[in-house]
Write a protein that binds this ligand. Structure first.
Ligand SMILES: Nc1nc2c(ncn2[C@@H]2O[C@H](COP(=O)(O)OP(=O)(O)O)[C@@H](O)[C@H]2O)c(=O)[nH]1
Ligand SMILES: [Mg+2]
Length: 450
């Protein structure tokens, strides 16, 4: 592959990291996935998988040719043999792990976030957000379709539980040992025409690798050598979902103000601070940090199901236009004043009702931000006598689901998404201007003439 990079019309990265097993390797070690249907049987992935091979023949446009003469398009990791999206050849990866107790709303949040980002990033930030590997992202695309593109929008639907070893985990057999890796959802992000740094698009582009972890993995004792979680240590920012409906004090305060079954008898409780402490321990173990060290990654505490606990925050009006503000003709910026004031309000509420969580979060990282979201914007209903919870797609109205990732993109990239501060009292389209003190990674924005 080395000499083939130019033929493919891409400039290759010198080192790559597999988003499945996190092995680092140079691109010329990449394997190709045979295309001919007879070429089946992989020692690591099983009899039904296509053969992985190091090619010796290439087409004129740099694609490998398998031993049966078929043109191949799929790439695979030389270590675990799982498939690797092309965008990882060119774009720096951005790992991001989503943690939370079972039932805290991770799967709904992830679906709502990616659905919203497809529009918000393109329309407001002139950034494209596309599936790097549609086949690998299929589970998530199906979730999005079920919730947001469902033709039977008055029927109750639900997302399946994230099984420990189900669709969201892929298994690899290294001899006798079988390892289950969390399936990454990989998205390509690049500036579009209209982005202030469109001419630096190759430099700014990132391959976002998201992990939806089964909550059970993070209950004490959940990690085994066969279910590794090294992505936590690689994550540039961590999302921890805190679910107030699982907290006894929140439930006691909200049950008379919410019709959500989760706030009543239907609710359950996990010690959510312990999930965070367990994650911190694993990251420290992977990175060799001492148990008293705070971690280098910023921590976003995403307080889910805002629709169910909004009675505790009557002054929070979470309108997207309040935080995503026009900063020029084609670009918007995140208003850091709004972000900070909402974070302070939410921290105060958590401090009143779940002090242990604030202590765990602030012991975890020096940089903690609290963001309320509602993936659904409404309460689920109990489905018949099954006891399961479902949602009618026509009721769904996400609240701020994309904000945590917009913040992460600002924090971890060199200007893909920008922050600014609103001028006092201004509500005009040009209400936000760049504030270089807000983020060390902020690039200077040229005058936009607004
Ligand atoms: N009220 C409310 N409930 C939600 C919301 N998002 C998810 N839920 C409910 O929370 C439960 C658990 O969600 P899920 O995403 O499966 O949790 P996970 O185990 O962390 O992946 C489901 O029964 C959902 O109906 C929300 O935004 N508001
Ligand atoms: Mg789940």
């Amino acid at each position: 592959m080395t000499a083939r990079g130019q033929n493919l019309g891409v400039s290759l990265r010198s080192q790559m990291i597999c988003p499945h097993c996190w092995t680092e390797f140079p691109p010329h070690e990449l394997l190709w996935i045979a295309a001919h249907s007879d070429l089946r049987g992989d020692p690591l992935l099983g009899q039904d998988e296509q053969i992985r091979f190091l090619p010796s023949r290439f087409s004129a446009d740099g694609k490998a040719i398998d031993v049966r003469g078929e043109l191949c398009t799929g790439l695979a990791c030389p270590h675990c043999h799982l498939s690797i999206a092309w965008s990882l050849l060119e774009m720096q990866p951005l790992f991001l792990s989503i943690l939370g107790a079972p039932g805290s709303g991770k799967s709904y949040f992830l679906s709502s976030m990616t659905w919203q980002l497809r529009q918000t990033l393109r329309d407001q930030f002139a950034v494209s957000f596309t599936d790097a590997d549609p086949l690998n992202n299929q589970v998530l695309s199906e979730y999005e379709e079920r919730l947001f593109l469902n033709p039977k929008d008055d029927q109750l639907v639900y997302l399946p539980k994230t099984e420990l070893e189900g669709q969201l985990y892929q298994s690899v057999a290294y001899g006798e040992r079988r390892v289950w890796y969390p399936r990454p959802f990989v998205f390509s992000l690049q500036p579009l025409d209209g982005h202030i740094d469109y001419d630096k698009r190759r430099l700014l582009a990132r391959a976002l690798c998201l992990y939806d972890n089964a909550g059970e993995h993070f209950l004490p004792g959940g990690e085994t050598p066969n279910s590794p979680s090294k992505h936590l240590a690689l994550s540039e920012v961590l999302f921890f979902l805190f679910d107030p409906t699982q907290h006894p004090k929140f439930r006691a305060r909200c049950k008379d103000h919410s019709n959500d079954p989760q706030m009543g008898d239907h609710g359950w409780s996990h010690r959510q601070d312990q999930v965070l402490l367990e994650a911190a321990n694993r990251i420290r173990a992977h990175s060799g940090a001492s148990s008293s060290d705070k971690l280098r990654q910023p921590l976003v505490v995403i307080v889910t199901k805002f629709d169910a606990w909004r009675a505790l925050a009557p002054n929070l009006k979470l309108d997207l236009n309040q935080i995503v503000r026009r900063a020029g003709k084609t670009m918007s910026a995140l208003d850091s004043n709004v972000l900070k004031s909402v974070s302070d309000t939410v921290r105060e509420i958590l401090n009143q009702h779940a002090r242990e969580l604030v202590a765990a979060a602030e012991g975890f990282s020096n940089e903690v931000i609290y963001i309320p979201v509602s993936a659904l914007g409404c309460a689920p209903e109990i489905i018949g006598t099954s006891g399961m919870l479902g949602i009618r797609p026509r009721h769904i109205q996400p609240i701020w689901s994309e904000v945590p990732l917009l913040f992460a993109l600002n924090r971890c990239t060199k200007g893909l998404v920008r922050v600014g501060t609103s001028r006092r009292g201004s509500r005009s389209a040009a209400a936000v201007h760049e504030d270089e003190t807000e983020s060390p990674v902020l690039l200077k924005m040229r005058e936009t003439g607004t």
